[in-house]
Design a protein around this ligand. Structure first.
Ligand code: BV8
Length: 249
């Protein structure tokens, strides 16, 4: 359906027709319309009195592993119940429209993959994967002893979600490919991110320094807004399908 409030400037339509390498960076806002609370939304219910930044850290896990494990278990259950929204599907369709297309996400919900996107660069890991805190190796199954968090079947260490916490380094391969793509692209879309978390937030700046056209899709302004060439202020689930209509098939 055509959303009257979203108009794509002619200069951007022109850019979409000529772009040869498009990079998209997504944040929690792209999953908002699926019903996944964004990272900085007020935590709801049970978690109302916790700030995500205080739970998504190794020290929080060391201090209270059960609490942190249960927060992620709750988020995993939430994500399992929701479905990708038109924003995810538009990005899956967009890949085939350009000579080169790189999808980079800060999200850990796996919804891009569930919408059919391939080769997604996950900068911050994936909440559906679990790893051993001691060995830093993914664990796919473990005996249900009722322990919270469960113990590693190999070394007995605590299991944790395979996500990147604050003060933890990003997977080397992921950030390297994300930086290379950002520096090589000619069109960079920043979608649904508050652009406050580094090094992910440096990607649009790297693209801009390398001469790419920067587009921001977000209902709210962010620190990137003044540096973007085009700002489409609206929900990703509405704006991206309209944008896709302007990309030659
Ligand atoms: C690192 C996984 C090296 C876990 C996450 C001071 C200055 C600069 C940097 C730092 C600093 N102090 C510390 C740092 C480094 C730190 C950092 O950047 N901190 C910030 C808070 C200042 N970064 C790190 O620690 C990174 N590691 O630097 O390693 C190192 C090594 C050793 C010691 C030091 C450094 C690791 C960062 C990764 C952390 N893990 N997630 C989990 O999910 O539980 S980050 C977390 O925030 C999520 O991944 C999330 O994706 C990410 C960013 O948030 P957003 O995605 O942008 O979501 P947010 O809610 O913020 O915003 C949503 C947006 O959507 C809003 O703008 C809203 O308007 C918009 N929106 C809403 N609805 C819609 C919408 N948009 C479109 N459509 C809609 N419908």
């Amino acid at each position: 359906m055509h959303h009257p409030c979203v108009t794509i400037p002619a200069a951007l339509v022109e850019k979409l027709a000529t772009a040869r390498h498009v990079v998209v960076l997504t944040g929690a806002g792209v999953s908002a319309e699926s019903g996944v609370p964004t990272f900085r939304d007020a935590q709801t219910g049970l978690w109302a009195n916790f700030k995500p930044e205080d739970l998504a850290t190794p020290s929080a896990f060391r201090r209270d592993p059960k609490l942190v494990w249960e927060w992620y278990a709750w988020r995993r259950e939430t994500v399992a119940k929701v479905a990708p929204n038109p924003a995810h599907h538009a990005l899956t369709a967009m890949r085939g429209r350009f000579r080169q297309f790189t999808l980079i996400t800060q999200n850990v919900d796996g919804l891009h993959q569930r919408a059919g996107s391939e080769d997604v660069i996950e900068l911050h890991g994936n909440i559906t994967r679990t790893k051993c805190f001691q060995e830093d190796i993914v664990v796919t199954e473990w005996p249900d002893t009722g322990d919270l968090p469960p113990k590693c079947p190999r070394c007995g260490g605590l299991l944790r979600p395979d996500v990147v916490w604050f003060e933890e380094s990003l997977p080397e391969g992921a950030i390297a490919s994300a930086l290379a793509a950002s520096r090589a692209c000619d069109l960079f879309l920043s979608v649904g991110t508050s652009t406050v978390v580094y090094p992910a937030a440096s990607l649009p700046l790297e693209a801009r320094d390398a001469g790419a056209t920067i587009v921001e899709i977000n209902p709210q302004p962010t620190p990137l807004t003044p540096k973007a060439d085009f700002v489409l202020s609206g929900p990703a689930g509405v704006v991206l399908p309209v944008l896709l209509k302007h990309v030659p098939a």
